[in-house]
Design a protein around this ligand. Structure first.
Ligand code: NAP
Length: 268
């Protein structure tokens, strides 16, 4: 029987690429997006169903999820939609912090809540969430976005225990820098120009550019199909290396290494 994946943020970047990848591999894709007009060529792919879903709209989250669950036996939920914010912490406006958390954290949680009873009842399935390397490694100017991504990561790791008894896999897709339309409507440098440039160098790891979303789509496919009891999936080889380096170090040693790397010799 044809398998079904439900994706949020399918209009662009990792979500869009994953929609194409799964559709091209014989899956039905429920490609949700806050603005369905952005579907474009996705609407012409076989067995791709475009549905509206804005993470800021709890009523629409319920409606779209319930409509889909009534019609399809969903195998995979891919929580992918999100955006970012960067800046010295004290400069981040309260209203923007709330909006970011409403979207990336609460919105993702509400979607997940809609699908849990379905996966528990069918005793199987996969719930993936695109978190971030910033949800694992703290970066300067990332006090709100990094916190939101850690919150998602915390949800994933907690639900691992709740859902494993029901045969449901919980996993985090972890991109590092990825060349997409990733939005950071608030991006304040304000004295952090040099550390920000060094941070970018760290994330590039000697490459001229960030990888596109293609590797991330393959990583999603792997996480869904490898049958492994594994939570964290860095989505490309650069991120895998940085994630591996972080894991191999004591957290206190890492912070000293990283501080030196980002701020060494920079006057404050
Ligand atoms: N790119 C990176 O460097 C990077 C690194 C680490 C983690 N990530 C994470 O990767 C995920 C995918 O981002 P991307 O890199 O593929 O960027 P992208 O190209 O901007 O795609 C983000 C998607 O999220 C959607 N979105 C934003 N706000 C939404 C809302 N309120 N409701 C529903 N959808 C919403 C966007 O919709 P619109 O098209 O309508 O804007 C778009 O479909 C995000 O969770 C992001 O935090 C990205």
């Amino acid at each position: 029987m044809m398998k079904t994946i439900f994706i949020t943020g399918a209009s662009s970047g990792i979500g869009r690429e994953t929609t194409k990848y799964f559709a091209n591999h014989g899956w039905r894709v429920i490609a949700t997006m806050r603005n369905p007009q952005k579907a474009g060529e996705l609407a012409d792919l076989p067995d791709v169903v475009i549905m509206p879903l804005d993470l800021m709209n709890p009523e629409q989250i319920r409606e779209t999820s319930q409509k889909v669950l009534a019609e399809y036996d969903v195998d995979v939920l891919f929580n992918n939609a999100g955006y970012g914010m960067m800046g010295p912490f004290e400069k981040l406006p309260e209203s923007e912090i709330r909006k970011l958390f409403d979207t990336d954290v609460i919105g993702t949680m509400l979607v997940t809540q809609q699908f849990i009873p379905h996966f528990k009842a069918r005793k199987g399935g996969v719930i993936l969430t695109t978190t971030s390397l910033a949800g694992i490694i703290a970066l300067p100017r990332d006090g709100a976005y990094g916190a939101a991504k850690r919150a998602q990561q915390g949800m994933v790791e907690s639900l691992y225990y709740e859902l494993k008894p029901f045969g449901v896999k919980m996993a985090a897709m972890i991109p590092g820098g990825t060349n997409t339309n990733f939005q950071t409507p608030i991006n304040i440098l304000d004295g952090y120009e040099e550390p920000a440039a060094r941070q970018r160098e760290y994330l590039l790891d000697g490459n001229a550019a960030f990888p596109g979303p293609e590797e991330a789509a393959v990583a999603v496919w792997t996480a869904v199909n490898d049958g492994k009891d594994q939570i964290n999936y860095p989505t490309d080889s650069v991120c895998q290396k940085l994630y591996g380096q972080y894991q191999s170090m004591n957290v206190e040693d890492f912070k000293t290494y990283f501080y030196d790397r980002i701020f060494g010799g920079v006057a404050q």
